[in-house]
Design a protein around this ligand. Structure first.
Ligand code: BG6
Length: 294
């Protein structure tokens, strides 16, 4: 159906009431609601749904380059291309737990090949599970006919909605090494405590566990991120100064969002012609009391 500014979107709904919305522009998940209709992702009130500007919030796909780690535009081009619905996807190795999913596809165009000279097929399956979990599975294939491999970095740039950033903590990243984007990508080691927030953060945690939790004390909600094929995790909050500098982001909105992004950045992925890479992120939102002691 039609979304903002007439852009096409797909809405997924589960029987118990959860839902998700995916825009074909960017292959971009813009909404994920639980059984009670509460929005779990952050979308800026100032988000501009106008190509080629990527949508601020939700889950932009960063491919074939994360951030400015390379010579392409920031976060690559997949997030501002028009994807298609893939009506005939090859079978997925793990069956989706429900029929509530959509398959999208992005293929390299001649225009894209001028900036990134490789032929690729990117298949994205977005699935809403029976209990409202949101799964994103990406399959990227090298279709080069010149025998050349290609290399890329990747992130599911997920903006979570939180009640108050200063009450939030992230568990699963303590004691890990990270690259600090605010300090020339230098490498540091995190201390032993759960991560909390009191200023701008832009870090790439390396070789992270497959499960990371975001505890929202005030909302009594825990987001659990499970990931596969994506060793790194980016944590980003622009805080007040950078928030003011972004045209498509409200001055105070940094208080109500946190990006935790399943990613492959430190060790770029290389595919030979005919090879396929798979990367999966699964999100669930559970009441905090349910999680205590885990
Ligand atoms: C994060 C990066 O993933 O995305 C930050 O680590 C960047 O450095 C942020 O500022 C937002 O990027 P953009 O291009 O969507 O404004």
């Amino acid at each position: 159906c039609k979304g903002i500014n007439g852009l096409e979107k797909v809405v997924l709904r589960e029987a118990r009431g959860s839902s998700a919305e995916v825009y074909l522009f960017g292959g971009h998940v813009t909404s994920w609601k639980n059984d009670h209709g509460e929005e779990l992702l952050f979308i800026s009130n100032k988000a501009i749904f106008k190509p080629p500007k990527p949508i601020r919030g939700g889950i932009p796909i960063c491919f074939p380059q994360f951030s400015n780690h390379g010579s392409l535009e920031q976060h690559g081009f997949a997030r501002n291309r028009f994807w298609s619905i893939d009506t005939n996807p090859p079978p997925f190795p793990t069956n989706s737990p429900t029929k509530t999913f959509v398959d999208l596809i992005l293929k390299s165009t001649e225009e894209d090949m001028k900036i990134w000279p490789h032929s690729f097929e990117f298949r994205l399956r977005v699935t809403l599970g029976p209990s409202g979990d949101l799964m994103l599975t990406s399959r990227i294939r090298n279709n080069n006919t010149d025998g050349k491999p290609f290399t890329f970095t990747f992130a599911y740039h997920t903006y979570f909605s939180v009640s108050d950033i200063s009450e939030v903590r992230v568990e699963g990243l303590e004691t890990l090494d990270y690259l600090d984007n605010l300090q020339n990508k230098q490498r540091f080691t995190e201390q032993g405590d759960a991560i909390t927030f009191e200023s701008e953060v832009d870090k790439i945690y390396l070789s992270t566990p497959t499960k990371i939790a975001i505890l929202d004390h005030e909302k009594k909600r825990t987001f659990v991120i499970r990931k596969d094929g994506l060793p790194d995790a980016v944590v980003w909050n622009p805080w007040d100064k950078k928030a003011k500098a972004m045209a498509d982001f409200g001055d105070d909105e940094y208080k109500h969002m946190l990006c935790v992004e399943a990613a492959a950045v430190e060790k770029p992925i290389t595919l030979k012609p005919g090879e396929e890479w798979r990367g999966r992120q699964e999100l669930s939102a559970v009441p905090s009391s349910y999680c205590s002691g885990q």
